[in-house]
Design a protein around this ligand. Structure first.
Ligand code: GAL
Length: 830
């Protein structure tokens, strides 16, 4: 081979570029962020597609951006969609100039997602339209560009519609955008596919496929060099291939490489290699492209669940919607990382990206953190869901093939992805030939990725069997069917089954209602945290644990949901039925309470119930809080959740007896849609004492083998006296995106949380950062997320501070409230 790799050429072009367009972060080899310096205006501006349109008065902002989260909350909007303005028309424009060095290059832009019905114009020319708000798309702008050095204008029109989803979708260019300058010969985005058909202890065979584009008018001799690099940067194998690319063509390349003694990607050790491809033309490296490679073996066994690297792994999964609580739909790497950290701490090892294609940041973080993903495409196919009159069904016929293929191509190299999901509770389950749609979607998925199986969240029992849809699926995904596992399994022993959606308990952090009983709604618009309240189709976590234990061939579950999300404020407002305004009847209830964690990331009691089932590190949790001044002398139920063998409860130092998990069962009220005769479940997963309330303290001590392994105390708090601030991170990166989540607690003089405090707290942030959002987990309030104050909700609030771009230094955060001692904390941005 006779070529020299000039690594620095693409880099040099980009450095020049950086000085002209203000890009903020490097992504994939030769892309730069296209997020900064946009102009925004709500409303339909007839001429905004034209370059010369007068936009000097438009609002300046950097992407990603979600206009709906800015509010205001209003009863005029559907509470099912968060009571926020998620619809309407708005425009984004950006003026940009490319350097002279881009002459003769190919220029494209990628949107990781824009909500929705996107139309893009460059210098007045229509470039692309893409309706689906969750899909990433790339568009070539080369033919529409002015000469390098002259200004260009990109105009983007978004027109998300009302009633288009069953949750809060957000609105705007809410994910990242990228600019890529390429040689006319370059690798096509998302066409690379790396798989490992053989994995043994000694070697992994790596199959590599990609597509190289040549937009030159003449054929081009090139060398395609592919190398595998270890995480430490060592090249472990490399191949090079000489090829002649015909003029104006797309050329497919296939290569085989090998890794000796591969280090596997696993949940415990998410080790990744990188596959780097270099296109060499005239002796120069004209394009460099990298994709991740995790060497891992995944197997799904009808009789024994999911296996990763020859070991059975129980799916302890969570369903997550895409919103980031008070930040809205905007993508933020730290917000997503924190969400995943909290889920891992609960013991979750898997995420279902309900019900739509995720952001690349989530998938990359899952790769890095060893989290298994079920990546889902759609919540709707051809048939509309009740009261979602502008849903994806309108675009399904024209776009499903393209959208599904694009999603799979984008993420098929990510080791975290273990299965694809083509749908959630689609109405086609009930249709005689609905299975044909499922079959076709699964075929498309296999077409783009023969290495993974496909599932589909099925809910309409027995239709999904009687009408034949379940039979078509690689993996039968069951939503809320724990009590049918046995029956279905007996009838279909060869089915691979997973609980794609389970439980759906609702609870509000900090809220306890007595006595413990099932109710549909509570006048407070909140829901008790004793974790017994569910909508009619759902059931308590305990029932799922029990049925999974009794049906070990089922691979596990995905709980609905890990985090609360905006919208769908069940049980308030309504269900999936009735007319569209039905959702607002319990206004201002506007957020879900399904999470094990609330909207801002505070753990609810249910978090610990899952932790007690999903983790081994000794833990014990006790509820409720111990401030019941109006109940002195009355009986209060006290619950403990533990993964230890026994727990002893002490009230003011007096033992209330030891209880043994599994033996001392707790009777919980239940109601099952499919068996109305069942009124309760004796749960072996919780412990309960009924004790007389006296102020003071309760303490739980957990034992295994008669040894104390964990303990927790809750004290009766005195009057609210001060504010306590606890940032999750004190050192931020000065990139304008990094975040610190600062927990704000109202405490008494001894530092005990005052569990019913609702003081208004004012925030001041000075120096190298600013407030990006506030929240408190209250699901029924119209208080804005973008503010410099927040009331505490059951003793707590959250302040989210972001670093300022390019501004290193201290960030001083102060919280104050009337009659309380204020508090401050200093963060560092660097
Ligand atoms: C399911 C649905 C989810 C959510 C959940 C609430 O039926 O798939 O998106 O609505 O119910 O329990």
């Amino acid at each position: 081979m006779n070529f020299k790799i000039n690594k620095f050429r693409p880099l040099r072009v980009l450095i020049m570029l950086l000085s002209i367009i203000s890009a903020s972060s490097w992504a994939n080899d030769d892309r730069v962020s296209f997020n900064s310096g946009w102009l925004f205006s709500k409303g339909d501006h007839i001429d905004a597609a034209k370059s010369e349109f007068e936009d000097s008065r438009w609002r300046k902002l950097d992407l990603p951006h979600d206009w709906a989260i800015e509010g205001p909350f209003d009863k005029a909007y559907s509470a099912r969609n968060g009571g926020l303005p998620v619809f309407g028309t708005a425009w984004y424009r950006k003026h940009f100039t490319l350097p002279k060095s881009t002459l003769g290059k190919s220029v494209s832009i990628t949107f990781d997602g824009a909500m929705s019905n996107t139309e893009v114009f460059v210098n007045g020319n229509k470039v692309i339209s893409r309706p689906f708000g969750y899909i990433a798309f790339e568009f070539d702008i080369t033919p529409y560009l002015n000469s390098p050095g002259d200004e260009n204008v990109i105009s983007v029109k978004l027109s998300p519609e009302n009633y288009s989803a069953r949750w809060y979708s957000g609105a705007g260019i809410y994910r990242n955008t990228w600019l890529e300058i390429n040689d006319k010969v370059h690798i096509k985005q998302w066409e690379t596919f790396v798989s490992t058909p053989t994995i043994t202890k000694d070697k992994a065979i790596v199959d590599y496929k990609t597509t190289v584009i040549n937009t030159e008018k003449s054929s081009q001799p090139v060398v395609i060099k592919t190398s595998i690099k270890s995480a430490e940067g060592v090249v472990v194998d490399e191949v090079a291939q000489n090829t002649i690319l015909p003029a104006n063509s797309e050329h497919k390349i296939q290569q085989q490489l090998k890794i000796s003694q591969p280090r596997l990607w696993d949940t415990e050790d998410p080790y990744r290699y990188t596959v780097v491809t270099t296109v060499v033309k005239d002796g120069n490296a004209v394009d460099v492209n990298s994709v991740p490679l995790g060497v891992r073996k995944i197997e799904f066994k009808a009789d024994d669940g999911f296996w990763l690297n020859d070991r059975r792994v129980q799916i302890q999964g969570v369903c997550l919607h895409h919103d980031n609580g008070p930040l809205g739909a905007i993508v933020n790497t730290r917000a997503i990382e924190r969400k995943l950290e909290i889920m891992k701490e609960m013991g979750a090892n898997s995420v279902r990206t309900s019900h739509n294609p995720p952001s690349p940041e989530l998938v990359e973080l899952a790769d890095k953190m060893g989290i298994l993903l079920q990546v889902e495409a759609f919540d709707m196919w051809e048939i509309e869901k009740p009261a979602v009159v502008n849903g994806y069904n309108k675009d399904f016929e024209q776009w499903h093939d393209r959208d599904l293929r694009d999603m799979i191509k984008q993420y098929r190299n990510n080791p975290s992805v273990i299965m694809w999901s083509i749908g959630n509770e689609v109405m086609e389950q009930r249709k005689d030939d609905g299975w044909k749609v499922a079959k076709n979607l699964q075929r498309i998925a296999h077409d783009e990725d023969p290495t993974r199986l496909v599932t589909n969240g099925l809910s309409m029992y027995p239709d999904f069997i009687d009408k034949g849809m379940a039979q078509e699926m690689d993996i039968v995904g069951l939503n809320y069917k724990a009590y049918k596992y046995q029956e279905i399994k007996q009838a279909h022993p060869d089915w691979i089954i997973v609980g794609t959606e389970t439980s759906s308990v609702v609870s509000t952090r900090g809220v306890y209602h007595f006595p413990i009983e099932k109710y549909n709604k509570h006048e407070s618009k909140y829901v008790t945290s004793f974790d017994v309240i569910t909508p009619p189709w759902a059931y308590i976590p305990d029932l799922e644990f029990e049925n999974l234990k009794n049906n070990p061939s089922v691979m596990g579950e995905y709980i609905w949901t890990g985090f609360d999300y905006i919208g769908e404020p069940t049980p308030y407002g309504g269900r999936d039925h009735g007319n569209k305004f039905y959702w607002n009847q319990d206004w201002p209830a506007r957020s879900s309470s399904f999470g094990a964690v609330d909207l801002v990331g505070f753990k609810k009691d249910r978090f610990y119930l899952y932790q007690s089932q999903w983790t081994d590190k000794p833990m014990v949790h006790v509820l409720p809080h111990w401030n019941w001044s109006e109940k002195v002398g009355e009986t209060i139920p006290v619950f403990a959740y533990t993964n230890a063998e026994e727990v002893e409860l002490f009230v003011n130092g007096q033992s209330q007896g030891r209880k043994r998990k599994g033996e001392d069962k707790v009777r919980l009220p239940v109601s099952l849609r499919y068996d109305k005769s069942v009124k309760y479940f004796d749960s072996p997963y919780r412990l309960r004492w009924d004790v007389e309330y006296q102020p003071g303290e309760i303490k739980v001590v957990a034992y295994t083998n008669n040894k104390v392994v964990s303990a927790k105390t809750i004290k009766t708090a005195n009057k609210a006296a001060q504010i306590a601030l606890s940032p999750d991170r004190k050192v931020l990166s000065a990139d304008g995106y990094d975040l610190s989540y600062i927990t704000v607690e109202i405490t008494d003089t001894d530092g005990n949380l005052v569990p019913d405090a609702d003081n208004k707290i004012n925030f001041k942030v000075e120096g190298a950062g600013e407030i990006i959002a506030v929240g408190n987990g209250d699901s029924a309030t119209t208080a804005p997320f973008q503010a410099d104050y927040r009331h505490a909700f059951y003793g707590k609030a959250m302040l989210i501070v972001k670093s300022n771009k390019g501004m290193a230094g201290e960030i001083k955060v102060t919280a104050s409230a009337e009659k309380l001692i204020s508090s401050s904390v200093v963060l560092v941005s660097q």
